[in-house]
Design a protein around this ligand. Structure first.
Ligand code: ADP
Ligand code: MG
Ligand code: ZN
Length: 502
């Protein structure tokens, strides 16, 4: 393997413009496979979810999964695509042990959806339109596990295990047109596109689109051309990049690597490349096949798919509010900036905050707790916000207790801590821990008297007009009441009793 010299990102962009193409595979959340009735549930024993069709046994016949087609059409519509009136599946022929039929059932020149676009937001506000070439239906392959090698790759392995449970699970492949004109923001656009697409897929309910579980993966095609040139350069294709951050890093690395190759008088080879999480680099995979190598031909065992216009319009009518539209609406309702909304999105907090507001909290408080205390806890524990053991309804109850004055922020934090520790609902934690703002005037008055008596020198200063010194007495009362007093009221009482104006 040759050590790759890199050009700095800035120097590369001074000479070249990146052109990108993103191919995203989404595993659909259907309960059965694309061409047979086998279950798609995760976690089954290897090869337990297989049948003659998905094992490619002679004589077995495939049948199209209607929900798979429906999901494909929904994705196409949400991406502003045209939906084919008539299209077919095609066989993509190649041999690999994880694909027992020796061809992948896919679509070739007749995709179900084509010519669309997705608007993505970058820099917390600016909109960049990514054009969609096509979205087509296909099936996943089985899974190989290579045993005995140091790297887990096939090289150096002693033997390989094959699990066909994944073979035949429906995939939708979404391919962009060449993305031009993003300039130095190309890696950012790539990441924003995949992020927006993931939100869209989740909103449609067709897949959970969890990249870390391989339910969504991205191939990053990238080439460079000198500023002012029309013709595209030769692209590399970095395969199976499986996190948003990695998409951005892979694009960035390829800009720097290809600039070095071109700058040194070399030529970029059209090849697939592997991305490496550890250092963000890519290394060569295989030299790219041409389409003709796959001997595509129409699948003779499946009838064509001809979705009626009525069905397409019916599905269009079921589309939910799309994520970017929803974010814009919520941004206005919550009164926050594009940048703040970006943080909420990144934290995975939109649905949680919305549910908290639906449970009665005001927007500012709901956002404050989820993006503050709870985000900090999730971060500390290394988990998603959504998997913290607290519900939006519970957070809304804490907000209500603060709003009615029975908790201050400090006490509310303790209540949240109690809920997270499994001590029950907010009211139960309040009860059990005895957390309540002391607003009983008699008790407060007594505590204030005590603080004045115990701090005579400070009290004199305040009497003499040094109102700022009151903070020390407030602190003494808060300490004596274990933080449970209403600090603003305490301050008023102190000044009142010492006969000065606040
Ligand atoms: P393949 O099947 O070989 O991966 P596709 O045409 O399906 O090819 O997808 C290639 C992707 O790369 C598409 O998103 C396309 O827009 C994009 N692309 C094509 N040519 C270039 C190029 N020279 N530089 C960057 N991206 C490209
Ligand atoms: Mg490709
Ligand atoms: Zn099967």
């Amino acid at each position: 393997m040759t050590v790759t010299e890199l050009v700095s990102y800035e120097d590369a962009l001074a000479v070249y413009d990146p052109v990108m193409g993103l191919e995203v595979h989404v595993e659909l959340g259907t309960t059965t496979k694309m061409f047979c009735g086998c279950s798609t549930a995760l976690g089954a024993e290897a090869n337990a979810q297989t049948c003659p069709t998905c094992l490619g046994l002679p004589g077995s016949l495939p049948v199209v999964n209607e929900t798979g087609v429906e999901s494909a059409i929904k994705i196409g519509l949400a991406l502003n695509c045209e939906i084919a009136e008539w299209c077919r599946f095609a066989r993509k022929n190649y041999f690999y042990p994880d694909m027992p039929k020796n061809f992948q059932t896919s679509q070739y020149d007749e995709p179900i959806a084509f010519n669309g676009y997705l608007d993505v937001e970058i820099d917390g506000g600016e909109v960049f339109r990514v054009e969609i070439e096509r979205a087509h239906m296909e099936e996943d392959t089985g899974k190989s596990t290579h045993i005995g090698g140091a790297t887990g790759r096939i090289h150096g392995a002693q033997h390989s295990l094959l699990d066909y449970n994944r073979a035949g699970i429906p995939l939708i492949e979404i391919v962009t047109k060449p993305i031009e004109g993003a300039g130095d923001r190309a890696p950012e656009v790539a990441k924003a596109y995949v992020a927006e697409l993931r939100e869209l897929i989740k909103a449609l309910g067709v897949s959970e689109a969890r990249m870390e579980m391989g339910q969504m993966r991205c191939d990053v095609n990238l080439s460079l051309r000198p500023h002012g040139a029309d013709k595209f350069g030769t692209r590399s294709e970095t395969k199976n990049v499986n996190s948003l951050r990695s998409v951005e890093r892979a694009a960035r690395f390829e800009v720097q690597r290809q600039a070095a190759v071109l700058g040194g008088g070399g030529t970029v080879i059209q090849e697939t490349r592997h991305f490496h999480e550890e250092d963000g680099s890519t290394t060569p995979g295989r030299v790219k096949e041409e389409a003709e190598d796959y001997r595509y031909f129409p699948e003779p065992d499946l009838v064509p798919v001809a979705p009626s216009r009525e069905w397409v319009e019916e599905l269009r009518g079921t589309l939910p509010e799309l994520p970017r539209v929803r974010r814009t609406r919520l941004r206005e309702e919550w009164g926050i900036s594009a940048h703040e909304m970006q943080s909420v999105l990144n934290a995975g907090a939109i649905d949680l905050i919305t549910a908290t507001i639906d449970a009665g909290a005001d927007a500012a408080s709901a956002r404050k707790w989820w993006m503050g205390e709870l985000a900090r806890r999730a971060n500390e524990d290394g988990v998603d916000l959504a998997s913290l053991p607290i519900t939006p309804v519970q957070v809304a109850r804490v907000c209500a207790l603060v709003a009615e004055g029975s908790l201050n922020d400090k006490l509310a934090r303790q209540v949240i801590e109690g809920v997270l520790a499994g001590e029950g609902d907010p009211d139960a934690v309040v009860q059990a821990r005895g957390l309540q703002v002391v607003s009983d005037e008699g008790a407060l008055g007594a505590a204030v008297d005590e603080a004045i008596a115990g701090n005579a020198a400070i009290a004199d200063k305040i009497r003499g007009g040094k109102v700022a010194a009151a903070g020390a007495l407030v602190g003494a009362v808060m300490k004596a009441t274990r933080g449970q007093a209403d600090a603003a009221r305490v301050r008023e009482l102190i000044l009142e009793k010492l006969g000065v104006q606040g």
